[in-house]
Design a protein around this ligand. Structure first.
Ligand code: SPV
Ligand code: MG
Length: 434
């Protein structure tokens, strides 16, 4: 090895296996090995939630035979560390040529070429042993005691936690595995929303608390079975307080991270109908009692009960919304969801800004189905913490399915529909085999 050459690579792993050792061995042949350890903030965008702390990862990597230095890498992009350490070589597995990391790889090549540095790629190791370690990590991440508290952790790591609606194992897999690269940034969803609207719609039923908790929990189980990301459950009104406490216990035990309940009573209708249908708001006192009872039933500090305020939906005014927010936080709510069905975000921003004048901490949740032009960055600037994309997977799947059904009926065969069908071999790449 050449003592005066610097070699850089970066790991985001929790477990060192022979694939990593291959990379280290190659790096050792080339010079002094510096390994970037990806920060938690970067790891959740690029890969998955770490199962051990950053310090533990740093130590683990420092202790690999032949590694001279383990250093933090704060971003998915290698650029900052490359400019800092000016490596003669970057060593990496070759898999990133073919996935969302390809632009990050290109950036590495471009940056190090400024001083004549070279990228050296080793064949990616993916044998039975590596696959098993991967499955074991996923298993750990999906266990209820690990998964449950992850939403709270993400709230500390992410400027905005973004959740997407799921209502089945398959939609869960899309939420779990969709990763994109955009302008040098890699990103993915942080959490999943089990919407009452979409769970009901998937069953062909109206969103009126008709689909009972046993069925809703079955949906959750299907999602839990194949994913690792935290779940935010749409608990509608929470039902009777006497029932809510039991449901809270069940949700907490199976590994759900949060339930959101809305301050309505009687026959619940979907909020997007607003005042076009009859809907009744609960009294502040009753709803506070429901929150308190739910909080009392909890056995961990992980699980969050988030209070959803329907004052703007029901045109009861900003003052009412703010008064409720104060009261619900006082009753123990771990977060506030404020909803609106206006296209303009003005009333949402007004609420958030006013709420933040007296409460800097309590997480705020928004569901921008109507006010959908606002970006996550704008929400974050106002102090929003969780953005839920509440129904887009259902609303995109529906027209695609309808179209396919119509094409088959019109043509008396399936050929014409084939052009809009994904080949099954692509669909099954989502599904893990054991
Ligand atoms: C849901 O997704 O079921 C919700 C959000 O409750 S909304 O449909 O906007 O009321
Ligand atoms: Mg709902």
């Amino acid at each position: 090895m050449s003592e005066n050459k610097v070699v850089y690579t970066c790991f985001s792993t929790d477990v060192i296996h022979k694939g990593h050792l291959n990379i280290v061995n190659k790096a050792k042949e080339l010079g002094k090995v510096i390994i970037g350890v990806m920060s938690d903030e970067a790891a959740v965008k690029y890969d998955r939630f770490p199962t051990i702390s950053f310090e533990e990862r740093l130590n683990m990597i420092k202790n690999i035979d032949g590694v001279s230095e383990a250093v933090p890498q704060e971003t998915v992009s290698y650029k900052d560390n490359l400019l800092k350490y000016k490596p003669d070589y970057v060593v990496h597995g070759d898999e990133w040529k073919y996935n969302y990391m390809a632009p990050i790889r290109q950036e590495v090549i471009d940056v190090i070429s400024q001083w004549g540095g070279r990228l050296v790629e080793v064949p990616y190791t993916r044998d039975d042993e590596v696959r098993k370690i991967d499955r074991q990590t996923m298993e750990k991440l999906s266990m209820s005691e690990f998964r449950r508290g992850r939403l709270r952790k993400l709230l500390k790591l992410r400027p905005v936690v973004k959740a997407i609606e799921v209502h089945s194992g398959l939609t869960g897999l899309i939420a779990e595995k969709t990763v994109v690269e955009n302008n040098g940034e890699v990103d993915q969803f942080d959490a999943m929303w089990i919407s009452s609207l979409c769970d009901s719609t998937a069953k062909g039923k109206p969103d009126i608390e008709l689909v009972d908790m046993s069925s809703r929990i079955r949906t959750i189980e299907d999602v839990l079975d194949v994913t690792t990301k935290p779940i935010i459950f749409d608990g509608d009104t929470g039902g009777k307080t006497e029932h809510f406490v039991y449901n809270v216990r069940t949700l907490e035990r199976i590994g759900v991270s949060a339930v959101i309940i809305e301050d309505k009573v009687g026959l619940k209708k979907n909020s997007l109908f607003g005042t076009e249908v009859e809907q009744t708001q609960d009294t502040i006192e009753n709803f506070c009692n429901k929150i308190k009872a739910g909080k009392n039933a909890l056995l961990t500090d992980d699980f969050m009960i988030i209070a959803r305020i329907e004052s703007l939906i029901l045109e009861k005014g900003m003052e009412d919304a703010l008064e409720r927010a104060k009261a619900f936080v006082g009753a123990g709510a771990d977060g506030i969801m404020i909803h609106s069905r206006r296209k303009e975000p003005d009333e949402i921003f007004e609420f958030v800004d006013k709420f933040r004048e007296f409460d800097k901490e309590t997480p705020i949740v928004v569901v921008p189905t109507s006010f959908n032009t606002v970006t996550e960055e704008e929400f974050a600037k106002h102090g929003v913490n969780i953005v839920i994309y509440a129904n887009q997977l259902t609303r995109t799947a529906f027209p695609a399915m309808k179209n396919a059904a119509e094409l088959i009926l019109k043509n008396h065969r399936a050929k014409e529909a084939d052009d809009i069908c994904m080949p099954f071999k692509d669909i099954i790449t989502l599904i893990d085999s054991i």
